[in-house]
Design a protein around this ligand. Structure first.
Ligand code: FE2
Length: 449
């Protein structure tokens, strides 16, 4: 009896290849928005220059999937090393690109040629390589999904970085689908009774030893149904949540304006004042400040605003309760129910370059009548990013979460306009330093009852 053959995860390889290609073509189109003169600039001083990211995406797929997952060689060890890691310093003063301040970055043609070689290697591996479940980084095809989700996540990083570039350094699309109409929705508060919330990913951890391979296949266009989750999503657990009260709508630019004008905080980095008038610093143009849009601010500024009203930010468990809880007690997959995310449910999946009016996607409302919890900007919480009980770093990307359990990062939940639909799941957690003002993150205020 031969028992030596490695167990094979059943992956819908065609769907995974399609997702990879979709990712790659979107990444390419995002880099093509940048004028060549800006390619070596650092739109955010706390991050690497743009060139790094175009090399980083393929380099990471090599490291997580090809090297760690399959145990195979990449295509160019020098470039894979150069493009291996991003940075997250606590201040601009200490923001030396990880590869060194004197790093000589290659010309774009070299970066693109590297990307093409990696694409050929990765696609061949997705289609033909044996997926050996006994390799720690390949349990349930972990390394593959790590690479796929990593690229999708970075597309959001790229876009909020592009937001900081001067408009003349970007190629403006001919059609800009801005929705700027109207007044901010009337402020309303929703009471949510005490109950329970499930945090974390209820599927089996990717690297669980002895786990039977998944036989579920992926549906075209929706990524894979192999229940991938990042390490910080495990283990799933249920927590009690006291009764609380929460704003039905995000705090808007209109709500926030008096707070800025009274001098309580610096204006958000997405705002600009010219000739006595406030503007929204959009991706491709400045717009007279749309008062109905959610305000994008740092966690610190959001918390200060909430405090000024005698309120606070919601906690991570409160987010879960408000978004996925229901009066009858069961929890939903999405705020609106079980239907897969589409753009009628929320402003996400690259629907546009900037926000839409708060409350303008009522088909995505939660069971309690809370709007925009998933979409139109991530939601800041007051919860420090920390490991769930039973956390173990993932073999395909052990540094992903563990380095950030430092008491210096806060959890964001939900999704923004630049969050790919494949990343939208209740257990997905995002995190940033409280003073980081560049992300597409909004908030609402909460109060205890
Ligand atoms: Fe990365």
């Amino acid at each position: 009896m031969a028992l030596t053959a490695p167990r094979q995860t059943v992956v819908n390889r065609a769907a995974a290849a399609e997702w990879y290609l979709r990712n790659r073509s979107r990444s390419r189109s995002l880099f093509d928005l940048i004028d060549p003169s800006a390619y070596y600039s650092r739109p955010i001083a706390l991050r690497n220059p743009i060139v790094f990211y175009e090399g980083h995406l393929p380099a990471f797929s090599v490291i997580a999937f090809i090297n760690r997952g399959l145990g195979r060689e990449g295509v160019d060890a020098r470039l894979e090393q150069l493009f291996a890691r991003g940075i997250d310093p606590d201040s601009e003063a200490s923001a030396t690109p990880r590869s060194g301040a004197d790093t000589r970055w290659p010309p774009r043609e070299e970066v693109l040629a590297f990307g093409e070689r990696v694409d050929a290697l990765v696609l061949d591996a997705i289609r033909n390589a044996p997926f050996d479940e006994t390799r720690p980084a390949m349990g349930r095809a972990e390394g593959l999904f790590t690479a796929l989700e990593h690229e999708a996540m970075h597309q959001e990083t790229l876009l909020y970085m592009w937001h900081r570039l001067p408009h003349e350094q970007k190629v403006r699309p001919t059609y800009l689908p801005y929705e700027t109409r109207g007044e901010a929705p009337a402020r309303a508060s929703v009471k949510i009774p005490a109950g329970e919330a499930t945090l974390g990913n209820v599927s089996t951890r990717a690297t669980s030893p002895g786990q039977a391979p998944s036989t579920r296949s992926a549906r075209s266009g929706q990524g894979s149904e192999i229940p991938f989750g990042w390490d910080n999503e495990f283990e799933a657990h249920t927590v009690p949540v006291d009764a609380f009260e929460i704003d039905a709508h995000s705090v808007t630019n209109g709500d926030y304006l008096p707070f800025v004008e009274a001098g309580h905080v610096e204006p958000p980095v997405f705002w600009l004042r010219e000739g006595g008038q406030w503007y929204w610093r959009g991706m491709f143009e400045n717009l007279p400040l749309p008062l109905s849009w959610p305000v994008y601010v740092s966690q610190e500024a959001a918390a200060a605003y909430a405090r000024s009203l005698g309120r606070r930010l919601m906690t991570e468990p409160e987010f879960h309760r408000a978004a996925f809880g229901t009066p009858s007690g069961e929890e939903r997959r999405y705020p609106w129910g079980a239907d897969r995310p589409d753009r009628s449910r929320g402003h996400f999946d690259f629907a546009s370059w900037d926000p839409v009016p708060a409350g303008s996607r009522p088909a995505g409302m939660s069971a309690w009548g809370v709007h925009d919890l998933v979409g139109n900007g991530w939601e800041w919480t007051s919860t420090l990013f920390a490991a769930f009980e039973g956390f173990a770093p993932m073999a395909s990307y052990p540094e992903y979460s563990a380095e950030f359990f430092d008491g210096e990062h806060y959890v964001m939940k939900g999704a923004s306009s630049a969050t790919a639909r494949e990343l939208i799941r209740p257990s997905f957690r995002n995190w940033f330093r409280p003073n980081y003002p560049y992300v597409y993150a909004k908030f609402r205020t909460a109060g205890s009852l």
